[in-house]
Design a protein around this ligand. Structure first.
Ligand code: SF4
Ligand code: SF4
Length: 93
């Protein structure tokens, strides 16, 4: 039996990159990747497939990793929110 298995993004479909990501003061994301939500707040734009436009569809990697929004930085692999998104895609913890 394996104890303490760790959730890793390498076994994921970038499930969390379909969530609505609001920009916070200090975020420095290039403007062409941004949109407005229903409340007029600035968010990461998403494509017709639902994923953030900054996600490389082939590698499932963030193309703006160095300047990704603060909300993306604090989203932890293995957190309840992460496991919820993985489960929605049929992925194990
Ligand atoms: S949902 Fe979790 S495992 Fe998947 S990419 Fe996001 S943080 Fe990583
Ligand atoms: S900015 Fe990067 S980490 Fe954040 S949702 Fe988009 S692709 Fe994912």
């Amino acid at each position: 039996m394996i104890h303490g298995s760790t959730t890793t993004c390498d076994t994921c479909l970038a499930s969390c990159c379909r969530l609505l990501v609001r920009l916070l003061p200090g975020d420095q994301v290039p403007g062409h990747l941004l949109a407005e939500d229903d409340h007029g707040l600035t968010v990461m734009a998403r494509g017709g497939d639902g994923w953030c436009v900054a996600l490389d569809r082939g590698s499932l990697r963030c193309t703006i990793y160095a300047v990704r929004p603060q909300l993306c930085r604090v989203f932890e692999a293995g957190s309840p929110e992460c496991l919820e998104e993985r489960a929605a895609d049929g992925l194990p913890p």
